[in-house]
Design a protein around this ligand. Structure first.
Ligand code: AMP
Length: 512
């Protein structure tokens, strides 16, 4: 099937040609005619399937008739994160290049004033994160009663991030008669309930991952001790020794760890940027852009910040922390090996991670192969983006102490390492001299990611409010009490055993 058979307007077809797309993806082929027929659609599809164009292209066609009124957007797209919202806004620039439509991005972390001015001018397409949207609505700056089309994107991610109460409130502000498109990667019962509430007689469109989904990703796990500096040291060796290295995303479970690791890698001369929810919007945008355009080779990120982002051609994924949720592992490693390319995903596993690894292996239906210890890299790998060599002999710890020094009184001095137990420090031994093997010996495995709709293995999640999209008290707007608390990123502050001060871990002799 070709795009011209889907019922899209000439202007849209022109933009698709300019984008170089030859044929619609399965989700586009199946969803677009129904969207144009004004049916509600339940789309079960992941990022990478072309789902954004599946709703943007017919929206553009439909919006050619009619015009926007002040403060009354004609259509509304809800996204769980600012980055995803910005990415959808970019899609409108690309596919809407032949249109003159007012597109407004209403996200947290940027000034209200500019957003307010845009709303006043009249908006054809409003792309928003739920918290900031409700803030504008509560201030009386936004009326959703003229909204003809509501799109809820990444609904399962909204659930993870505790946005469902906000989504339900927004659902009551848009007219009952609107058309609704609802996209989710998985279909847990709670999402099914929301879908049943929001959609009227929907067409269900379900696509498995693209043909390249069963791509060959070489996976491996490396045992590390629990000490932060030891893990960072292992990571550096893995990066330096990585074969066919182009660039890498390094995932941490906590924002604090993202910041710490970023500082550490930079101080060791790596070309790295960080992405987590506590960074201001301009830093987040700049980090993503420099990773996308290749000027930064390493992106250190948390799950919440990185999920769903369209970052093409990543050669390596490193799990600096084992994710607590096994489905996050699948999402993380799915960042590499895209579009038919091969990729490598390596997970650093500390002793306390046993349960998490077992859950991942159960979900994947196969073990993550154990890897040997990474060899020390005496000369830096230019491809890794490292800018200066680290000639420190294996075993010397002084450079760990220098981490973060560049930033005056660096936080590292007061961070976790301050509490490290010297007696538990273990250097990873280098490979035997003359051993002619890659620093990263791994067994290639072909992964089948869990199918959309199968969420049985997903552990229950508590509702939470995302930290990076906070409902700040604005003027006389109260923060709602009793709201669910953020989970993953806020877990930065939650004790889980890894952040215990060293004195609590020392053996104690109690005298009778
Ligand atoms: P998405 O799943 O919406 O994040 O899209 C993933 C990537 O696929 C984006 O980089 C799009 O530019 C690209 N894409 C979307 N539709 C097509 C198509 N029909 N042909 C080729 N690439 C596409």
């Amino acid at each position: 099937m070709s795009f011209s058979q889907l019922g899209l307007s000439d202007k849209v077809i022109g933009a698709i040609d300019a984008a170089g797309y030859k044929t619609p993806t399965p989700i586009q082929e199946q969803a677009i005619p129904h969207v144009l027929a004004r049916r509600d659609v339940l789309g079960i599809a992941q990022t990478g399937t072309g789902k954004t164009a599946a709703f943007v292209l017919p929206m553009l066609t439909m919006l050619e008739k009619g015009r926007a009124r002040a403060r009354m957007p004609r259509t509304l797209i809800l996204e769980p994160t600012r980055e995803l919202a910005a990415q959808v806004a970019e899609s409108f620039e690309k596919y809407g290049k032949n249109h003159k439509l007012n597109v407004a991005l209403i996200i947290g972390g940027v000034s209200f004033g500019d957003q307010d001015a845009k709303l006043l001018r009249g908006v054809d397409v409003l792309i928003a994160t739920p918290g900031r949207l409700l803030d504008h609505s509560e201030r009386g700056r936004l009326l959703l009663s003229g909204c003809e089309l509501l799109i809820i994107d990444e609904a399962d991610r909204m659930l993870d991030m505790g946005f469902i109460p906000d989504i339900e409130r927004i659902g009551k502000l848009v007219p009952f008669t609107r058309q609704t498109l609802f996209f989710t990667a998985t279909m847990p019962p709670e999402i099914q309930r929301i879908a049943d509430n929001f959609l009227h007689n929907p067409v269900r469109v379900e696509v498995s991952k693209p043909a390249t989904a069963a791509t060959t990703i070489t996976q491996g796990q490396v045992a590390v001790g629990r000490e932060g500096h030891e893990k960072r040291d292992t990571l550096r060796r893995l990066i330096r020794g990585a074969e066919n290295f182009k660039n890498a995303i390094i995932f941490c479970n906590r924002k604090r760890e993202v910041a710490l690791l970023h500082k550490s890698l930079v101080s060791h001369g790596f070309n790295a940027v960080a992405l987590h929810g506590d960074l201001d919007q301009s830093s987040r945008t700049a980090a993503l852009e420099s990773f996308r355009n290749g000027s930064a080779k390493l992106l250190i990120a948390s799950d919440v910040a990185a999920r769903g982002l369209d970052i093409p051609a990543v050669s390596h994924v490193f799990n600096f922390d084992v994710p607590h949720h096994p489905d996050d592992y699948v999402h993380r490693i799915g960042r590499t090996g895209r579009a038919g390319l091969t990729g490598t995903a390596i997970t650093l596993v500390a002793p306390i991670d046993g349960k998490s690894v077992a859950a991942i292996e159960k979900l994947m239906g196969m073990p993550i192969p154990q890897m040997g210890e990474p060899a020390p890299a005496e000369t830096p790998d230019a491809a890794s983006g490292e800018q200066r060599p680290n000639r420190r002999p294996p075993g010397e710890r002084s450079s760990e102490r220098s981490e973060g020094r560049g930033s005056r009184g660096g936080r590292n001095r007061g961070g976790r390492d301050r509490h490290s137990r010297p007696e538990s420090h273990q250097e990873i031994q280098p490979a035997a001299p003359g051993q002619d093997q890659p620093a990263v010996p791994v067994a290639p495995v072909s992964i089948e990611r869990p199918q959309a709709g199968n969420d049985q293995s997903r552990p229950p999640r508590e509702a939470s409010r995302p930290r990076h999209e906070p409902r700040q008290p604005q003027g006389n707007i109260p923060v709602r009490r009793g709201e669910p608390q953020p989970k993953r990123e806020q877990a930065d502050e939650e004790p889980d055993g890894r952040h215990l001060p060293a004195f609590l871990l020392r053996p104690v002799t109690i005298k009778a």
